[in-house]
Design a protein around this ligand. Structure first.
Ligand code: GLP
Length: 244
């Protein structure tokens, strides 16, 4: 039985998602929490910071990491996952650099960078909570349709719209390749707890395929049907095509 939570509107959605992150921190003070960037998650991160300022729960032992990163742009670029997470949540919680793990945006040796990232997460006990956004084509992180379910942290492709936007914003010459470095599907499935978050009508069709279609590499997020502890948190618009 899939655990699907449908909340009314965007404000309720952001509230529900942020309270799940806070509960995780309060329940286990040395939690390792993975976050996703994008339009879906910015507000929930800011709400965590707002609540932190009121409640001052203990964040001195948590680790936060990013699920994925844009390749070959400066880390300081506003659309780099590092900078997004730093401005949305890391600085607001006053976390130390050692509490914030990210894949690099630039590297001469991506293979080693990926292994190192996995090792750092494992040394801290593995992933307690992973918040996953959902691509309109069903991607998780940068694991695009067709990615094998046994993939580990790796360098992948970007979806075309995102690539076009980043090229425009960074004025990157076409000679420089873009891409996304990301936890693989296998790493994702090893998280002890997952919350897949999707809001808005543009996600309604892929939400239906993810939850009601077959488990298939053509819809990477469909694998989450098989995770033993995954909650699908949706707003009404994203849930509008579901049959149950
Ligand atoms: C991007 C990121 C993902 C994110 C997803 C959803 O490509 N690589 O980590 O979860 O797309 O983004 P949005 O919430 O903006 O729809």
């Amino acid at each position: 039985m899939l655990k699907i939570s449908i909340v009314g509107d965007e404000a309720a959605f952001d509230q529900a998602a942020s309270s799940r992150i806070i509960s995780q921190i309060v329940e286990k003070q040395d939690s390792v929490i993975g976050l996703s960037t994008g339009r879906t998650t910015g507000n929930m991160h800011r709400l965590v910071v707002e609540q932190y300022r009121r409640m001052l729960f203990d964040v001195s032992r948590i680790t936060i990491f990013g699920l994925d990163e844009v390749m070959n742009v400066p880390r300081s670029y506003a659309g780099a996952c590092y900078t997004m997470l730093k401005t949305e949540i890391i600085d607001g919680l006053g976390l130390d650099d050692s509490q914030f793990l990210m894949l690099p945006t630039e590297s001469d040796d991506w293979y080693t960078a990926c292994i190192h990232f996995e090792e750092e997460i494992n040394e801290r006990g593995g992933i307690d909570l992973l918040i996953l956004g959902l691509g309109e084509n069903g991607h998780l992180g940068f694991n695009q349709p067709g990615t094998p379910f046994e993939s580990m942290t790796w360098t992948s492709q970007m979806n075309e719209e995102l690539e076009a936007r980043i090229r425009k914003e960074t004025q990157l010459p076409s000679s420089i390749e873009l891409g996304g470095v990301t936890l693989g599907i296998k790493n994702i499935m090893h998280a002890r707890k997952i919350i897949l978050v999707a809001k808005g009508a543009n996600k309604a069709e892929i939400v239906r395929k993810m939850l009601e279609g077959p488990v298939s590499t053509e819809v990477p997020a469909s694998i989450l049907q098989l995770h033993p502890n995954c909650e699908f948190l949706l707003d009404e618009k994203a849930a509008q095509f579901l049959n149950h």
